[in-house]
Design a protein around this ligand. Structure first.
Ligand SMILES: [Zn+2]
Length: 347
């Protein structure tokens, strides 16, 4: 175990992060390779060392104390510099009334524009411009149900740090089947309804990720869907997640960094995974989705799985249309589907 400021990381978790080259762990520990005398960030692109040769250190300082040298390829000591630069940019964006030019932010950080843009996006999930837009939009809109506290928390805690609360479960689909099967028994679901340009949006999440995103629904709908769950107002980690969700909905882009906690049948989950692979600005037909999950005859079932999606937008079921090019259906009305596709640059 490595003692860190945040929750302790187990060696197993560290090693998994190394094997998956998970950038969310960069800056949380470094990987010392005793056979080469080098230490790396978890996401280093170099070939993986043998597990037996690896020792994990809290940071570069600790690794250097043991006589290891920083890897020239992944520059592990630059992580904290990167984080400081992005946090400084976030502070500047928040403090400014006017949108700040990317060139200026990059120059302040001492990075090239393209490098800084990449860093910023990696840490926050958004480009600086999209981040500013989301911030302005959220400031202009009111948090309707969960109240002022969620909105405040979003800026006090939410956007001010890289996304780490949910990093460990990133990309995960599913909570223990028994919990979902019994209507969310023993599960705390935090939720809020916020105003968006598409109408009132309900966002609900377990501690593993978003379990419901819908439009024009309220607490009674959530209660009906998860009758035994403990419904609670948002806390700081939820506010951070909510900020990312709002940004992903308002300025569509890659939402794959947002963790989901959904559970369906094996077929439904295969369809949902396939939906997440449809690039922004593109659409697929129900028949194409059925074929993509290896069941070309199951067009109708693919349509049903599409409709059973609990997490609108983030699992982009709106990107599935009829083979003839007509919109097909949408749980929250065709107007929202049409507008989502339009803003993504699709049909
Ligand atoms: Zn390296």
């Amino acid at each position: 175990m490595i003692a860190m400021m945040e929750e302790p990381l187990s060696e197993d978790l560290c090693w998994t992060a190394v094997l998956t080259r998970d950038r969310a762990f960069d800056g949380r520990f470094v990987t010392g390779v005793l056979s080469t005398g080098i230490y790396c960030r978890p996401s280093c692109a170099a070939r993986h060392p043998l597990r037996a040769n690896v020792r994990f250190f809290a940071d570069g300082t600790a690794a250097r104390t043991e006589g290891l040298r920083p890897c020239k390829r992944c520059l592990p000591d630059d992580v904290s510099r990167d984080e400081k630069a992005v946090l400084a940019a976030i502070t500047a964006i928040k403090a400014s009334e006017e949108p700040l030019a990317l060139a200026g932010l990059a120059a302040d950080a001492g990075y090239s524009v393209s490098h800084f843009q990449r860093l910023f996006k990696r840490m926050t999930g958004l480009s600086p411009a999209a981040y500013s837009r989301a911030l302005r939009l959220e400031r202009a809109s009111a948090a309707l149900t969960a109240g002022e506290r969620v909105t405040n928390a979003l800026y006090d805690a939410g956007f001010s740090a890289p996304s780490r609360f949910y990093a460990a479960s990133e990309g995960r689909m599913g909570m223990t089947p028994s919990a979902w099967a019994s209507g969310g028994k023993g599960v705390t679901i935090r939720w809020a309804v916020v105003a968006t340009t598409l109408g009132e949006m309900l966002v609900a999440a377990t501690d593993k990720g978003v379990c419901r995103l819908s439009f024009n629904e309220g607490s009674e709908d959530l209660r009906a869907r998860f009758p035994h769950a403990d419904l609670a107002p948002g806390d700081a980690p939820f506010a951070e997640l909510l900020g990312q969700v709002i940004a992903a909905v308002e300025s569509p882009g890659d939402a794959s960094h947002i963790p989901l906690d959904v559970k369906g049948t094996a077929f439904q989950e295969a369809v949902w995974r396939e939906l997440r692979r449809i690039p922004k600005g593109e659409t697929r037909s129900y028949a194409q989705i059925a074929a993509a999950v290896g069941k070309p005859g199951a067009v109708r079932a693919a349509g049903s799985a599409n409709g059973a999606n609990n997490v609108a937008v983030l699992i982009p079921c709106h990107r599935v249309i009829r083979t003839d090019g007509s919109l097909g259906g949408y749980a929250y009305g065709l107007e929202i589907k049409q507008r989502l596709l339009e803003r993504e640059g699709g049909s």
